[in-house]
Design a protein around this ligand. Structure first.
Ligand SMILES: [Zn+2]
Length: 255
């Protein structure tokens, strides 16, 4: 079965036990294979905490340029190098997101210029448009579409596990968006942000629930959570879409 790992479920600042929102998908294949989405923190430590080895990473998708989605990229590169990776690391995203990651890596050039055997970075720029093909290598078929995150170009994802046809959708950071309804249509699980209100270029839990209901998904998991008690928001969201939960930090979910 395909599995979603919630490597982080917080907003840029959140509860003490939640780091920035990052996720990964895997399945039962041997040797293990994992795709990671975003790196706004020590993403490989979180991956290990979910029981996934560093060398299982087939690729990294970066959604947008904000710090809480990109800032851990140089540390990720240090770790895959120390871990002995010799194959290139595919890094996939729209141009502004990859340009930010590249600037971060280049900023450390005085440090890593003499390192032997750093794995090559296979930058894969994908157009910022609906139905953009983000990943076509088995077992995943991933398409993306622009979402509404203010002035910052950003994408949501539709991740299909080809062998089973199971579908996971991820809103990333956005106000409630028609493009996410389309991406998430009849998905098994929708991971949607619930950071706050549209005036902040984000969604409320209620806004996420309305997207889930329109998309006719089976389950909604809320992420990108602000600090503090969220019981009221969860209750309001469940009134609109009953199968809603707060994402568990380091939770793994079959989808
Ligand atoms: Zn953002």
């Amino acid at each position: 079965m395909p599995t979603l790992h919630l490597l982080g479920t917080g907003a840029a600042i959140s509860d003490a036990h939640r780091t920035t929102t990052m996720l990964a998908v895997s399945d039962d294949h041997s040797p293990p294979r994992t795709l990671v989405v975003d790196c706004g923190g020590d993403v490989l430590q979180r991956l290990q905490a979910c029981g996934r080895p560093i060398d299982s990473v087939d690729g990294l998708i970066i959604t947008h340029a904000h710090m809480d989605h990109t800032s851990g990229f140089p540390l990720l590169m240090e770790k895959v190098w120390l871990d002995g990776r010799d194959r290139a690391l595919p890094v996939v995203g729209i141009e502004p997101a990859l340009a930010q990651a590249k600037r971060l890596w280049d900023a450390y050039e005085p440090v890593h210029v003499d390192w032997d055997g750093i794995p090559a970075i296979d930058w894969r720029v994908v157009p910022h448009e609906p139905d953009a093909p983000f990943w076509t290598h088995p077992p995943w078929t991933i398409t993306a579409a622009p979402v509404d995150h203010g002035d910052t170009p950003n994408v949501g994802l539709r991740i299909e596990h080809a062998p089973t046809g199971r579908v996971l959708a991820y809103s990333c950071d956005t106000t409630p968006a028609k493009s996410v309804v389309d991406l998430a249509s009849t998905a098994d699980t929708l991971v949607h942000e619930a950071n706050g209100g549209p005036t902040e270029n984000h969604s409320t839990a209620v806004g996420a629930a309305e997207v889930a209901r329109k998309a006719d998904v089976d389950r909604l998991l809320l992420v990108h959570l602000p600090p503090g008690d969220k019981s009221n928001q969860l209750r309001e969201a469940r009134a609109i879409f009953p199968h809603t939960d707060l994402g568990d930090e380091l939770g793994s979910y079959s989808f």
